[in-house]
Design a protein around this ligand. Structure first.
Ligand code: Q46
Ligand code: ZN
Length: 301
């Protein structure tokens, strides 16, 4: 029987990337330590800061919220209802259930009730790819919720697999503007809250195991709009490479952060300086009206 690396008891999970196996308690400890290390190394959250966790009802965001609460952070959740049929109903239910179970505060926003559109119909009306309308709405509304609620930081559940897949896609196309922004921390400035990704040292499989071992119910189905999404293909490709040589994903992503990302950041920073308040909602933007307010007009006409 495989033994736990830390306590030598019977192991329940092995992590090839670390060449290690853990029992339940030591695995949960391992997850918290990885988050602690990310927060420390990248200076994600300072003592006393208020954190808003973007929660989707999936394993990553609920595990992140759980870990931050257990570590003693002042962390509330924010949920955005996208109006994507059963998927959205279920993800809302899971987010609500976790918040109730923990007695934690969940800020709830509904695109349909609050802005008059949902992702499937609104993106069509605005002639945008659903995921692009969705990403734009999330970025804008999570920023706004953080600023309005007096939070210092927005934390999202992007894990190592997500970040490696996005990096892979950006490198394939040498999308230098995106590469400049692909960091586990984006500083809070020009009216934006700081954005952090404390799960970058943990993989998808670890997050699913974390939820199962902690008894956290999460939505297992992927968003139906993700179908045909290039990121899923990149994930599969990276999984095949990882299978052959464990540790490749982490080496790819952290190697980029250590040795290459600085080459791309100046461009991203320069893009941010010319910001002024959106004439409709006041959010910082380069134009007269921000991209989200533009989307709302097109999606509801
Ligand atoms: S929720 Fe939104 Fe994702 Fe669904 S519509 Fe696309 S971006 S796939 S993370
Ligand atoms: Zn606006």
């Amino acid at each position: 029987m495989t033994k736990c690396r830390r306590c030598k008891g019977p192991a329940v999970i092995d992590i090839r990337r670390h060449n290690a196996a853990f029992c339940t308690d030591c695995f949960l400890h391992h997850c918290r330590e990885q988050v602690r290390k990310s927060i420390h190394d990248f200076r994600m959250i300072a003592e006393g800061e208020r954190v808003l966790v973007a929660v989707s009802g999936g394993k990553d965001s609920l595990a992140l919220w759980d870990i931050l609460l257990d570590m003693g952070y002042d962390a509330d959740g924010v949920y955005l209802g996208l109006g994507i049929g059963d998927y959205s109903n279920e993800s809302h239910r899971m987010s609500r259930a976790y918040a109730d179970k923990r007695g934690a505060k969940l800020v709830e926003i509904e695109l349909r009730d609050d802005f008059g559109f949902d992702i499937p119909t609104g993106s069509k009306a605005a002639r945008r790819v659903p995921c692009s309308a969705c990403g734009l709405s999330k970025r804008h509304l999570f920023n706004k919720a953080a600023i309005d609620g007096g939070y210092d930081v927005v934390a999202t559940g992007h894990n190592l697999d997500d970040e490696a897949a996005v990096l892979f896609g950006n490198v394939l196309r040498w999308a230098t503007d995106y590469l400049g922004r692909q960091l586990p921390v984006l500083p809070g400035e020009h009216g934006f809250p700081r954005k952090v990704k404390p799960l970058v040292r943990l993989g998808e499989r670890e997050m699913a195991a974390y939820c199962v071992l902690r008894g956290i119910d999460y939505i297992v189905e992927e968003c139906p709009m993700a179908e045909g999404n290039k990121h899923l293909g990149y994930k599969e490709a990276l999984n095949a490479i990882e299978e052959q040589s464990p540790g490749s994903k982490a080496a790819f992503y952290f190697g980029f952060l250590d040795r290459a990302s600085a080459m791309f950041t100046p461009q991203a920073v320069a893009e941010r300086v010319d910001l002024k308040p959106c004439s409709s909602c006041g959010a910082p933007t380069t134009g007269d009206v921000c991209a989200f307010c533009n989307l709302v007009v097109k999606a509801t006409r």
